[in-house]
Each structure stands twice: as structure tokens, then as C-alpha cells.
Design a protein around this ligand. Structure first.
Ligand SMILES: Cc1cc2nc3c(=O)[nH]c(=O)nc-3n(C[C@H](O)[C@H](O)[C@H](O)COP(=O)(O)OP(=O)(O)OC[C@H]3O[C@@H](n4cnc5c(N)ncnc54)[C@H](O)[C@@H]3O)c2cc1C
Length: 402
């Protein structure tokens, strides 16, 4: 097998890199660790007008080029790129710290609507998601229903053409920047638990009775929220797929959530910087330390494995769906290795390794201590490592359920 780019792939790399270089302003690049697609959510609502304008310009550039949604079919306004072109596109975006416009609406909800939504829902929601006008947030988890999501309790009761929602959700990323939510809710409490759930679009986060409360994380960041529903009335037309069959819609969406490549590219960049320090003359003591050499060698291998798992995920989509045990392998490996990479980065610099970004003496701009803290939840969000292992053993290896 030839691992090198074909001339066409190399030309596409160059085309995407040129486009990003010409159209993305420095202000809108986000170099912080683990920022992922959050920077689009943040910047479009930033108090700073320059940042808001930079976010708008970047969204307009991607819309104009037709590259907001590389993985959506052309008939729905996507770029219709082949899986290899998507991989290259995502790789160049991650390399340049270029924010993904549309956030979870483009990455997860859009492809799910294309598979499960009615024609009316596609016509109504896909264009506003694609233009960046509507930012969505995922409202699945509850206090007693994370890994065991099918135990969710939030109720929606039919009354005429509407459902009345009552209950609470938790860990909703970016809800404080979002315009709308996609929610899993119990519509039949008497059915077996997977069969009494519906997938619903709450198209206005300002709907009366719906409240968003902040959750502050261990790095003093605000990325997650709790949402409270008190007699919130939502049109029955907003159910995606069949009533009480939302579990399958919700699971399709999770596979799209776990299939990104940006982690592997970010890790490669981060590792490259760390290895360069250990190679430098100024740090020759570090470079000769046998423990560090051993850890760096392990991470060098893991970097390549994570990157190749991403390639594998890119090569398996069929008919608009993604194959989920490959996605679990890539997600689990990459998140666990990402944590270890930053642990090595912090330990490399001794006590200096604990200096935060912003401190002039912080090695490598404090990227590793920041990553060390910020990536703690990466083996939980999007399905914990234990759950990924369960998926790999059952769907991948065919073992019976434990
Ligand atoms: C950074 C981050 C962002 C998130 N964003 C969102 C979001 O936008 N929207 C949303 O709805 N949710 C979000 N979540 C919630 C996330 O989906 C849940 O945290 C996750 O599913 C785990 O659920 P839990 O926290 O309730 O832990 P639990 O399910 O209570 O798990 C606790 C521990 O038990 C283990 N465990 C549980 N069941 C099993 C099992 N069957 N076998 C083996 N081990 C098991 C878990 O692996 C974990 O270690 C986010 C979480 C994080 C950390």
C-alpha cells in the first residue's frame, strides 16, 4: 500500500491550506487545547466586535466556497466531498486552528436529519444550520442517565399538537451560546426503556419555561450547562423520526460525534513541539534523560497509531452512516493517548511544567498543563472509555453482552 498522497490529494491539501491562509483572520484562530469546535460558538457571541466580525467573515468565506459541511451531500447544501477529501479538509482545518462553522449542528445534527428527518424538517433546519445562523447544543444527559442514557427520565406529554416538557438535563456543552437544542425525552414511560424515547428539536432556546444554568469546570472554564424545563411547549412536528423510536435517531448522531480527526492532528503538532525541545542544544540534559526518551518514544508510536485510526474511520463510512466500532476504537485510543501526551509534557519540565498559559516562563506557552487539566473529561464526554470498550467487545468482536 502506498501511504503517500496522490498528486490529486496533494493538490487538494494545498488548495485547502491556501484558502484558509487567505480567508481566516488571526483573531479567529483558536490555539487553546481542546477548544475543538467551541471557538465558533464563543466567537460569534463574543463581547469584542472585532472577534464577532472575524467569526462572521470566516463563516461567509466557508459558505461562499461551499465548505461549511464537507460531509453532507450536495443536494442538501454540503460540499459532497469524498471521504478522502473530507479527511484532508479536516486535517488542514485542524492544522491551522480553523474553527468549524456550525458546530454540533453541522457535525452531528445535519447528517442525522439527512438520514432520519422528514422532508419538511430537512428544508426547514438544514439551511439555517449550514449558514451558521442557528447554533445547536446536544441535550441528552441527565443526572441518572449518562452512560446508561436509555434510563433518561425527562418527560414529554402530548397535549393537542404539542408536547409539554418537564425535567432537567445536564452537561450540555455550549448551551449558553446556542440558539436551539436537540433533546432526547421520554414520551412513553410504560414502554421498555429504549422504546419510549423520542428525539426532539427545540428550535428556540428562549422558549418560555426553559432555563440554562452554567457549570464551571476544574479549569475555571464555562463550557457546560444544566438545562431546566418547566411546562415547555414544543410542537409535535419537531419530533425527528417516529414517536418513541428516538433512541435509534440519537445513537446515529453519537456516531457522528465520535468520528472527528482533529484530535490526531492537534496531538501530532503538540508532540512535535515537545520533541523539538528535547532535541534542542539548550535542553540537552532533557534529551539525554532515559525516562523521558522512553516516554517520548511511546508517544511517538501512539501519535502514528491515533492518526492511522482516524484514517481508518475516514475509510469506513457507507451510505451516509458511520461504522461504530471503528469509531469507538479511534475515540478511546485518541482520548487516552491525548491525556498521556500532556502528562508527559507536564513531567518533562518539572515544576516549570505547572506554569499556566500567560506566565512568561511557562514552557511551550503552558500548553501541556492546560491540556492535562482540560483533557481530563475527554475520556468521559461522547461516551466514556469503558463504554467504548463495551462497544468494541460486543459490536466489534461479537462477544455477548456482559
Ligand atoms: C466534556 C464533556 C462534554 C459533554 N457534553 C455533553 C453534551 O453536550 N450533551 C450531553 O447530553 N452530554 C454531554 N456530556 C455528558 C456525557 O455524555 C456523560 O458524562 C457520559 O455519557 C458519562 O455519563 P455520566 O457522567 O453520567 O457518568 P456515569 O454514566 O455515571 O459513569 C460513571 C463511571 O462508570 C463507568 N460506567 C458506567 N456504565 C458502565 C458500564 N456499563 N460498564 C463499565 N463502566 C461503566 C463510566 O465509564 C464512568 O467511569 C459531556 C461530558 C463531558 C465530560
Amino acid at each position: 500500500m502506498d501511504w503517500n498522497d496522490t498528486p490529486a490529494q496533494a493538490a487538494f491539501h494545498a488548495e485547502v491550506a491556501r484558502f484558509i491562509g487567505a480567508r481566516l483572520s488571526e483573531a479567529h484562530r483558536d490555539g487553546s487545547v481542546g477548544a475543538g469546535m467551541l471557538s465558533w460558538y464563543r466567537h460569534r457571541r463574543a463581547p469584542d466586535a472585532t472577534l464577532r466580525a472575524a467569526a462572521e467573515d470566516w463563516a461567509a468565506a466557508l459558505v461562499e466556497r461551499g465548505w461549511v459541511a464537507p460531509h453532507w451531500p450536495r443536494e442538501y447544501g454540503g460540499a459532497g466531498l469524498s471521504t478522502w477529501e473530507q479527511f484532508i479538509f479536516n486535517e488542514e482545518m485542524a492544522r491551522a486552528h480553523a474553527p468549524m462553522v456550525g458546530g454540533s449542528g453541522v457535525v452531528m445534527l445535519g447528517p442525522t436529519l439527512i438520514v432520519h428527518g422528514s422532508e419538511e424538517q430537512k428544508q426547514r433546519y438544514l439551511p439555517q444550520t449550514l449558514s451558521g445562523a442557528t447554533a445547536w447544543a446536544q441535550d441528552y444527559s441527565e443526572r441518572g442517565a449518562g452512560s446508561g442514557l436509555a434510563s433518561l427520565q425527562m418527560r414529554a406529554v402530548r397535549g393537542g399538537d404539542e408536547y409539554v416538557f418537564n425535567g432537567q438535563k445536564i452537561w450540555t456543552s455550549s448551551a449558553h451560546f446556542a440558539d436551539a437544542l436537540f433533546v432526547l425525552v421520554r414520551t412513553d414511560p410504560n414502554a421498555p426503556k429504549h422504546r419510549g424515547i423520542s428525539f426532539v428539536l427545540v428550535e428556540d432556546i428562549e422558549t418560555p419555561g426553559l432555563m440554562v444554568h452554567p457549570l464551571i469546570d476544574a479549569a475555571w472554564g464555562h463550557e457546560m450547562n444544566e438545562t431546566f424545563f418547566e411546562d415547555v411547549r414544543i410542537s409535535a412536528a419537531n419530533i425527528v423520526g417516529k414517536v418513541n423510536r428516538g433512541w435509534y435517531v440519537g445513537m446515529t448522531l453519537l456516531d457522528f460525534e465520535r468520528s472527528g480527526i482533529s484530535d490526531a492532528v492537534g496531538q501530532r503538532r503538540s508532540f512535535g513541539e515537545l520533541a523539538a525541545v528535547a532535541c534542542s542544544d539548550a535542553c540537552s540534559v532533557l534529551g539525554r534523560n532515559p525516562h523521558l526518551r522512553e516516554r517520548l518514544a511511546d508517544r511517538a508510536i501512539a501519535i502514528e497509531v491515533a492518526y492511522n485510526f482516524s484514517l481508518r474511520v475516514a475509510s469506513v463510512p457507507t451510505a451516509g452512516m458511520v461504522s461504530n466500532h471503528e469509531v469507538s476504537v479511534a475515540k478511546m485510543f485518541s482520548s487516552e493517548h491525548g491525556q498521556e501526551l500532556h502528562r508527559v509534557g507536564v513531567r518533562t519540565f518539572g515544576l516549570f511544567g505547572q506554569l499556566w498559559p500567560g506566565d512568561v516562563e511557562a514552557p511551550l506557552r503552558g500548553a501541556h498543563i492546560e491540556g492535562y487539566i482540560r483533557l481530563i473529561p475527554s475520556t468521559i464526554g461522547g461516551g466514556s472509555s469503558e463504554i467504548q470498550r463495551n462497544i468494541i467487545t460486543t459490536r466489534g468482536l461479537g462477544l455477548p453482552r456482559g
